[in-house]
Design a protein around this ligand. Structure first.
Ligand SMILES: Nc1ncnc2c1ncn2[C@@H]1O[C@H](COP(=O)(O)OP(=O)(O)OP(=O)(O)O)[C@@H](O)[C@H]1O
Ligand SMILES: [Mg+2]
Length: 160
């Protein structure tokens, strides 16, 4: 299953994040793709706020990961937001125990998964963002049953 649309402005990115939040399932792993400034962190921030996180969402550029507690169907779930742009080596990822965070309980959203190719488990969902004029193109692609389950729940109609 896949879904494509245009996000005309940042409000549309926020609206997509809000629509995606109730579709998240424990164990889901999402890889976000797109150039610098494509909107990967903006989308993650919108998902987190819609999923009940009230504080700041900073880009995990130097820490590589930031954990959040969110609530899914009244169950507390850890969502890990990775940004692997500055990851130096696969060893750094493995020694930090990041591989173990990709399990049936956590939700993982990964920016720059390309940097950890070969050591990351395949995602349930790919989200591709690209700059298109003043806005963004977005494509969501499910790769697993869990990814299909998530996309089947998505109800999103952008205001173009
Ligand atoms: N649909 C949109 N249309 C226009 N601008 C947008 C849209 N969505 C987000 N933006 C803007 O694009 C920028 C995206 O920045 P963001 O930090 O989210 O990018 P990123 O993909 O995470 O980059 P990086 O690879 O550096 O982490 C922000 O300035 C945001 O306001
Ligand atoms: Mg980012």
């Amino acid at each position: 299953m896949s879904y494509k649309t245009i996000l005309a402005d940042e409000a549309a990115t926020q609206a997509l994040g809000k629509s995606l939040a109730p579709c998240l399932l424990p164990g889901l792993s999402i890889h976000l793709h797109g150039d610098l400034g494509a909107g990967k962190t903006a989308l993650t921030r919108a998902i987190l706020h819609a999923a009940g996180h009230q504080g700041h969402v900073k880009s995990p550029t130097y820490t590589l990961v930031e954990p959040y507690q969110i609530s899914i169907k009244q169950r507390a779930v850890t969502l890990l937001h990775f940004d692997l742009y500055r990851m130096l080596s696969p060893e750094e990822f493995l020694e930090a125990g990041f591989r173990e965070e990709f399990n049936d309980n956590n939700i993982c959203i990964v920016e720059w998964s390309e940097k950890a190719a070969g050591i990351l488990p395949p995602p349930d969902l790919h989200i591709f963002l690209s700059i298109a004029g003043h806005g963004r193109k977005v494509e969501l692609q499910a790769l697993s049953d869990k990814g299909n389950e998530c996309l089947a729940l998505l109800r999103f109609a952008p205001n173009l």
